[in-house]
Design a protein around this ligand. Structure first.
Ligand code: GLC
Length: 419
């Protein structure tokens, strides 16, 4: 089934919770950290949960986030409505452990959805199946440390029945109280079996509440798209996919982690993901007061400038040439092919196996600078074939090179047009 998601290319992930006040990773500190998050601390369980009572992000301005997202060409934004720590960022009738009972009081999820929707950005809700705070899950305690994958304390059948009812009810609230939701993004499926999660029933409930919704692959056994985490898959999966990625190495605001990717790395990642037909779900971490961390904003500002001239080569495109045709990444839209130069060329670049007699123009996308080029194909082919495939050699002078990534647009006349 084709959907908007297939060519969205750029999404924004927002990992935010009461723990952002302390400036630490979401949830994982309470279980003592995890190998995949090198800057995650170990915080006693009660101490971790205690900041739920003081959460008051007075500078939360989702309109600002939405405007930033819009300027970046972002097509959808996904917020952590409840992370593994169990704290609901929305008003819920299922428990007291939510933003409703914090000093902030207002429904953060609703404010996020309203702002994004107003700016034409589609809505995704992250929801953790794991709940390390709920007594029936059962809650994670100090005695359960260290966290070992595959070894999780199990509830009694009665507890589990109550928990599943609670979890279903929260999902129902999220998919009933906020209008149309485009994505539900589950996480944490590894701690229980699909039968325990009752994934089949959950899937059915979701589809009946929101018939057009997309579900990620972390609802075990279900889902519409793959979610490689922190890397670009070597071979693109054979269905829709999205790489989720952090700008440093933490999902939540964590000042101890200064291992930031450069703006150039982010731009290159976006080009590569687009060239492989996937989406990049790039994480932005707000601080405890609601403002996005300045180091991230600086980098996003550079990405924004690059995209202001090159967005057309990313958003809404399809994958371009085959890897053997060009030693870089490429996308396409109709009869226009975009090459992304992620390494500086030595004078010329070559593109192979393209209809050389139908090349109309070769330009630097950002400033429409025309580039000189020459073409070749097999000699006999050039006599006998009116539409031969051949080699295109493009001259790329220093002045054409963008310091972040150079996008070149090649226009072809349509195959059926007279040559
Ligand atoms: C992992 C982590 C979680 C994070 C998620 C984002 O599953 O457990 O903290 O939210 O990745 O993809």
């Amino acid at each position: 089934m084709k959907t908007w998601f297939d060519t969205a290319r750029f999404g924004m992930f927002v990992h935010w919770g009461h723990s952002s006040q302390r400036g630490c990773e979401l949830s994982w500190p309470l279980v003592g950290g995890v190998f995949s998050l090198p800057f995650c601390s170990n915080i006693p369980v009660d101490e971790y949960h205690s900041t739920g009572k003081t959460f008051n992000p007075q500078k939360y301005n989702p309109q600002e986030w939405a405007r930033l997202a819009k300027r970046l060409g972002i097509q959808y934004a996904i917020l952590t409505t409840k992370h593994h720590d169990g704290f609901a960022m929305f008003h819920t009738q299922q428990s007291d452990f939510s933003i409703q009972n914090s000093p902030y009081g207002k429904d953060i999820v609703r404010e996020f959805i309203d702002a994004m929707r107003e700016n034409g950005i589609r809505i995704g809700l992250y929801f953790s199946l794991i709940d390390w705070h709920h007594p029936d899950y059962p809650a994670f305690t100090e005695a359960d440390k260290p966290y070992v994958f595959g070894q999780h304390r199990q509830p009694t059948p009665e507890q589990w029945q109550r928990f599943v009812q609670f979890m279903f009810a929260q999902v129902r609230e999220l998919l009933t109280n906020y209008g149309k939701i485009d994505i539900i993004w589950f996480d944490g499926g590894w701690e229980r079996s699909p039968e325990q999660w009752q994934t089949a029933a959950l899937n059915e409930m979701i589809r009946s509440l929101q018939p057009d919704i997309l579900i990620n692959d972390r609802l075990p056994g279900f889902g519409d798209f793959d979610t490689p985490e922190q890397f670009i898959p070597p071979q693109p999966p054979d269905r829709a996919w999205e790489t989720c990625m952090t700008i440093n190495e933490s999902w939540g605001y964590n000042p101890a982690d200064t291992n930031f990717k450069s703006a150039r790395q982010l731009i290159h990642t976006l080009c590569e993901v687009a060239g492989k037909g996937g989406n990049l779900l790039l994480n932005a971490s707000p601080m405890g007061d609601g403002q996005i961390q300045p180091e991230l904003l600086e980098r996003l500002a550079v990405v924004e400038t690059w995209l202001s001239a090159n967005q057309e080569s990313i958003i809404g495109t399809s994958p371009g040439l085959e890897p053997w045709q060009f030693y870089g990444t490429s996308t396409r839209r109709g009869n226009r092919v975009y090459l992304h130069l992620l390494m500086k060329p030595y004078e010329t670049i070559s593109v192979r196996g393209v209809p050389i007699k139908r090349i109309k123009s070769v330009q630097v996308l950002a400033n429409r600078m025309e580039l000189n080029y020459s073409t070749r194909c097999g000699i006999m082919d050039s006599f006998t074939n009116s539409d031969p495939l051949g080699e295109l050699t493009i001259q790329v002078p220093e002045s054409a090179i963008d310091p972040y990534a150079t996008a070149i647009a090649i226009d072809f006349t349509p195959a059926d047009a007279a040559l």
